[in-house]
Ligand binder design. Sequence first.
Ligand code: ZN
Length: 290
Amino acid sequence: MLVTTRELIDNAVEKHIGVGAFNVTTLSMLQGIILAAEDVNQGIIIEFATSHETRGIVTLDEIGPVMMQYAERAKVPVAVHLDHGVDLDYLKKAIDIGFTSIMYDGSALPYEENIANTLKAVEMGRKYNVMVEGELGKMAGNTLRNDMIMEERLVKRENYTNPDQAGDFVARTGLDMLACSFGNAHGIYKEPPVLDIELLHEIAEKTSIPLVMHGSSGINEEDYAKVIRNGVRKINYYTYASLAASNAVKGAFASDPVKFWKVHELAVLMREAVREKVRSAITLFSEPQI
Ligand SMILES: [Zn+2]
């Protein structure tokens, strides 16, 4: 059933758990994610990242209504989120489709400009009663800048979120959730990530709002418990689900190239690989951490 993101996040705060937020790029992924949540009977967020439209994969117009339909029909609570929005009109489009939360990512902008735009996104969120996520600090990996250019960022300490600035950012914008940078990165980690949990703890103390971890694939299992214990409530997870799907396809070709010329057979394989990966992620995230 479709629920608001606020409902899921409030529940996560109360139960000391994290909510998995899974990016949708294809129908097989969407099916696998919903089935996984139903398998373990947990609420989830499904989300669409702006960069998947700018990279020519699928548009919000096309996949947004399909995501809404799957959320409504799911046997578990599902909220629908717009990930890494860099344009206010685009955020409005997601709200019009029925999305229950939006992210405005002004992390590539100078601080004051990030505040001014995030404030506008928060005003929009209040008006339409949707939760708003913002970002401060520069998360490593490929990021869509506000001028629609993809930029590769490296893991650098100077890019980590500054706790005092985060406190100021949240106070001045009235933001609902904050994505922060503390050693996490988008995409495949070249080396095992070293998360600065102390910094995360400080950010949580200075902001007092639910925090969001992006780049959550490839994190140590013990680290999930630590970040949840230190204020992370929304956990964005995509890369390893995507990797599981492509590995399933590679394996199929290697084992039976004759059978797997049919694209629908591959779609089923991808769906099931995503389902398995997402199921174990949700299980880890929904373990209470007190
Ligand atoms: Zn992200």
